[in-house]
Design a protein around this ligand. Structure first.
Ligand SMILES: [Zn+2]
Length: 120
């Protein structure tokens, strides 16, 4: 099973990776890790951070018992993220670690959009 490279806990919703593909359970562990390369220079790091947070916050907002208005707002947030990062969906996750992660998050957001449609 995949484990955090710092605390050895299994990563959950807030998992993140560095550009070498090492996995961390949280930003805290990621920042603690001594051997982390300088990800901030990576061309995809801003998109990775943005999509990762969009995914985490949409999942945290998701409430199956919520109102129709909440459903509409959440679906619009998801649509905006999918549109903003459509280029990365086009890459199909085939351009390195961050590209792969971004692609997975976009797929996750699409799944969440579908689920919202079914549940509400
Ligand atoms: Zn950890």
């Amino acid at each position: 099973m995949e484990r955090c490279n710092v605390c050895k806990n299994p990563p959950a919703l807030e998992r993140r990776v560095n550009n070498e593909g090492l996995v961390f359970c949280s930003d805290g562990c990621y920042e603690t890790f001594d051997g982390s390369p300088h990800d901030h220079g990576h061309p995809y790091i801003d998109a990775y951070d943005a999509v990762r947070w969009a995914f985490i916050s949409c999942l945290n907002t998701y409430a199956p018992a919520g109102s129709k208005e909440e459903k509409r707002v959440l679906q619009e947030r998801i649509e905006a993220a999918l549109e903003e990062f459509a280029d990365y969906e086009g890459l199909g996750g085939e351009d390195g670690v961050f590209s792969r992660e971004i692609y997975q998050y976009l797929m996750g957001l699409e799944e969440l959009w579908d689920e919202i449609d079914l549940v509400w």
